[in-house]
Write a protein that binds this ligand. Structure first.
Ligand code: IFM
Length: 437
């Protein structure tokens, strides 16, 4: 393998999530929007980018950029809108789509839970109650039926720590709680639900590989010399990046966030319950101790002068390699990058972003990390949760009025690298370098 070559069999692909693209979904988030509880109360996802009706077209777009894998999610609220009543037509639709994906030579990467819930869930069986595990097991059983024989890469949970922080500690997303005790109960039940889902999937699916997608941040003390900033950085690394992965590896959930939430719980059956580690990497956070609650200030900074991305995040590809190597050394498991991407509203920074991140990923691979694939977030622009319709992460830009998908300059570059498996510089980077001379 040359220094610019990805390993043989390495898969490039793209990622999406149901609520952000499909449209026409009634779930806890749509209810939250109607209640005006979003950061901007005018935000509505509505028809999203109508992927539900444009699936085949979007699959073709994924193929056009050389994708060998396509990450989608199965919307629980579509499958089980009323507790205990399965919408068989929706199940059938999902099954047919994934079969077509597989027949087109694109490996399905399927998330069972990507932030959203049916509307009954938080009212009747919230995550901090043990009954949530029973409910999620039933959801997983239905998903396993959809996935039978497809050799899918299955992600039980997307970014459990984001769900926990936003939904159980900051109250910013459904269920809107800020309660450390409930948060820790919920986190334990998320881990148990992963185990339950794994059992259902293994029983029903035949071949499939099972893991989670963990949002991982590079962290840095805002004042490198300050002992409390440094202590916060260590805590963040351990709790945010590792606690959940560790629970599914050694069977014990250990969280220690002084003043916020702490727990130590055995998770029956969780030891070695992931076939791969899914990493979602976007940026670096600078942490500073402040002498009043919540005692932590979290900031993005443009330390290296590259310019923040349009959503305001630091562009920090160096952290990508560090995290991948950290996961490799800590767990020794195969790794999939299940998300990485940039909000680039002009579309001109994305090729350079890809080049920089791929270069660092290759560096980690050459140092021994067993990385099997890279999925770009996202195939096309979509509904970005609290930020609504502003951000544009798509390889294809979408006209939100007409729903037309148009290739951004990164499409051509993505296809070139995905098809050849060889990392070359994008033309825009050469321009960037010339301008710097
Ligand atoms: O859009 C989200 C996605 O749903 C989860 N990971 C981060 C993305 C960008 O914010």
């Amino acid at each position: 393998m040359g220094t610019h070559e990805f390993p043989r069999g390495f898969t490039f692909g793209v990622a999406t999530a149901a609520y952000q693209v499909e449209g026409h979904i009634e779930n806890d988030w749509s209810e939250w929007e109607r209640q005006g509880r979003c950061k901007d109360p005018s935000h509505r996802c509505g028809r999203a980018v109508d992927h539900w009706n444009l699936f085949d077209h979007d699959l073709q777009l994924a193929r056009d950029v050389g994708s060998g894998a396509f990450r989608v999610s199965l919307e629980w609220a579509r499958i089980e809108p009323v507790r205990g009543q399965v919408d068989e037509a929706a199940v059938d639709q999902y099954r047919q789509r994934l079969v077509r994906m597989k027949e087109a030579g694109v490996r399905p990467v399927v998330t069972l839970h990507h932030f959203t819930h049916p509307q009954w869930f938080h009212r009747e069986t919230p995550w901090h109650e043990p009954s949530s595990v029973v409910e999620f097991r039933r959801h997983a059983r239905i998903c396993a039926r959809i996935l039978r024989g497809l050799d899918a890469l299955v992600i039980t949970f997307n970014e459990p720590m984001v769900l926990l922080l936003g939904g159980y500690l900051q109250g910013m997303i459904p269920p809107g709680l800020a309660d450390g005790n409930k948060a820790m109960l919920a986190l334990g039940n998320l881990a148990r639900s992963h185990v339950a889902a794994r059992e259902e999937l293994l029983r029903e699916c035949g071949r499939c590989e099972i893991g989670i997608s963990q949002n991982m941040l590079a962290f840095r003390p805002d004042r490198w010399w300050h002992p409390l900033d440094r202590a916060l950085t260590r805590l963040a690394l351990d709790n945010y990046n590792h606690a959940f992965l560790r629970a599914l590896t050694d069977g014990e959930l250990r969280v220690q966030m002084p003043g916020l939430a702490s727990t130590r719980q055995r998770i029956e059956g969780a030891r070695d319950s992931m076939d791969f580690m899914g990493i979602n990497y976007y940026t670096r956070a600078h942490l500073r101790f402040i002498p009043k609650p919540p005692f932590l200030q979290f900031q993005y900074r443009d330390l290296l002068g590259r310019g923040l991305t349009d959503i305001g995040w630091e562009d920090y590809p160096e952290g990508f390699a560090q995290l991948v190597l950290d996961v490799h050394h800590t767990y020794g498991k195969p790794i999939w990058v299940t998300e990485n991407g940039i909000d680039d509203r002009q579309g001109d920074r994305r090729p350079g972003f890809l080049y920089d991140h791929w270069r660092h990923l290759l560096g980690a691979i050459h140092q021994g990390a067993d990385v099997r694939g890279y999925l770009y977030w996202s195939l096309m622009d979509n509904f970005e949760w609290l930020e609504g319709w502003g951000p544009r992460f798509g390889l294809y830009s979408v006209d939100f009025e007409t729903l037309e998908r148009r290739p951004t300059p990164a499409c051509h570059y993505f296809r070139q690298v995905a098809r050849s498996g060889v990392l070359v510089e994008p033309p825009s980077l050469r321009v960037r370098e010339d301008a710097g001379r």
